[in-house]
Write a protein that binds this ligand. Structure first.
Ligand code: LLP
Length: 446
């Protein structure tokens, strides 16, 4: 087989008149010569299309809604700018992400602040800067936010995160809705703690939040979570005569990394999610609250690709054939952390037959640093250019400097235009915060 079919399956990819592979109008071989390898490329066209698909899917329903992009999947200032232009709100999980968003010109009032151990410093920063909503994770935090809001004399909108007690069919490291979770308040405790929430003078209760997991294909888990959350909203209304205006169902929609993944489209997901909420609200004679979702991966995963150059190729007799590339777990932690699978092709040989089964390995000092185990590719040689698909979500945001590798550049492409969103790190940049305690005399290298 050749990869022509795979290319047609991939958003943003085309073969141009010179028989070169292009991504959002940019020739990949040219991009590799300009920016070097490894490097991340993001298609602005795809990012905007994904946002639009979410907007269109919600618009069909006559309900109040808000779409929050989950910044943990990928957040840099330029991304915050695009998300703002697309009219989405933003979910952040740290003071650092708030800072990126604000520097990127994102309006504070459309930011939702998550996290299961927000520090006093982070909360101070968030409240001072007028962050729109804080998602309260636990009772300790409830008290802390009230104290800080009191000192700053501010009113703060809050959502409260519940653990709905729903287990999902995804990798155990990205499940969050099960009762034994480190995020949120168990749903069975919710009613008892509610008076404490209402007693806070500076906190304005808006509603409830849950997030059951990530890379989900199965709507049944969402339906179970919706049932739990709606029962809870109903019980809050009955017991305390308090209206819950907002139901935030988190993110989690899965994407297609390989042909084994049967992902729902954004439109199908929203259709089924909102449809179910409507049914369950009707059954409970409950008016439909404002619906919030927090998609990360389903907006950004398909918009990103990573380019690598093949270095040595190794094969002991009868053993694995390793193509060793110039990146690895420092720019893509997902295979080592979650056994994640990817598809790739050799850019300069995309139309050649895939005859060899190889393993694409990284250059880190870890045997587990394997990007793709057993993939069929054309006969590879040193210097070939490899593109890994679907690398937009949780790649750059989970990258590291392990082994002293600088993080690669992050480049935005759009219909033939291209430019940095983040420059590649240098050795100097990586060392800028290194210091010598006063009792150590630095040795000057001559
Ligand atoms: N909202 C909350 C509260 C979350 O914790 C997450 C993801 C999201 C929204 C966005 O979920 P998404 O739509 O992207 O699935 N590093 C892992 C994924 C961790 C997800 C953490 N929370 C990975 O690479 O698969």
């Amino acid at each position: 087989m050749t990869f022509i079919k795979e290319i047609k399956n991939r958003k943003g990819f085309k073969i141009d008149e010179n028989n070169k592979l292009v991504f959002d109008g940019c020739c990949l071989e040219d991009l590799a010569s300009i920016y070097g390898t490894p490097s991340y490329f993001f298609s602005e066209t795809i990012i905007r299309e994904q946002c639009q698909e979410y907007r269109e899917a919600f618009k069909k329903w006559n309900i109040d809604y808000e779409i929050l992009y989950a910044g943990k999947a990928f957040l840099v200032q330029a991304m915050a700018h695009i998300i703002n232009e697309e009219g989405l709100s933003l979910d952040v999980s740290s003071g650092g992400e708030i800072y990126i968003a604000l520097e990127g010109g994102f309006p504070a009032e459309r930011i939702y602040f998550h996290g299961n151990n927000k520090s006093e410093e982070e909360l101070n920063f968030a409240i001072k800067r007028g962050i729109g909503t804080i998602v309260i994770d636990n009772l300790y935090e409830l008290e802390l936010v009230e104290q800080i809001a009191n000192i700053l004399n501010k009113k703060v909108n809050i959502l409260v995160r519940a653990i709905p007690g729903v287990d999902t069919h995804t990798h155990k490291k990205i499940r969050t809705g099960q009762i034994d979770s480190k995020f949120g308040i168990p749903i069975q405790d919710f009613l008892y703690i509610f008076p404490a929430i209402l007693a806070k003078k500076h906190l304005i209760y808006q509603g409830v939040h849950c997030h059951i997991g990530s890379q989900l294909f199965d709507m049944q888990s969402y339906y179970l979570a919706i049932r739990e959350m709606i029962d809870m909203i109903k019980a809050i209304e009955k017991n305390y005569e308090i209206k819950t205006s907002v139901l935030n169902l988190g993110g989690g929609l899965g994407v297609r990394y390989t042909e084994d993944d049967t992902a729902l489209s954004i439109n199908q997901y929203v259709h089924q999610l909102v449809g179910q909420i409507k049914i369950m609200c009707n059954e409970n004679q409950l008016s439909i609250p404002k619906i919030l979702v927090e998609p990360g991966r389903s907006i950004i995963a398909d918009a990103g690709v990573t380019l690598y150059r093949v270095g040595p190729i190794k094969q002991a007799k009868g053993m694995t054939r390793y193509l060793i590339v110039d990146g690895g777990m420092t720019d893509n932690l997902r295979p080592s952390l979650y056994d994640a699978r990817y598809e790739a092709l050799i850019v300069n040989k995309f139309d050649e037959e895939a005859l060899e089964t190889v393993t694409v390995a990284g250059k880190c000092c870890e045997s587990g640093d394997i990007l793709i185990k057993d993939i069929k590719l054309p006969h590879a040689e040193n210097g070939d250019l490899i593109v890994l698909f679907t690398t937009g979500a949780y790649h750059y945001s989970m990258s590291s400097n392990y082994n002293g590798f600088p993080r690669p550049p992050v480049v935005l492409v759009n219909k033939g235009k291209h430019g940095f969103m983040v420059k590649g790190e240098t050795y100097q940049y990586m060392n800028q915060n290194h210091a010598f305690p006063e009792w150590l005399t630095p040795k000057k290298v001559t």
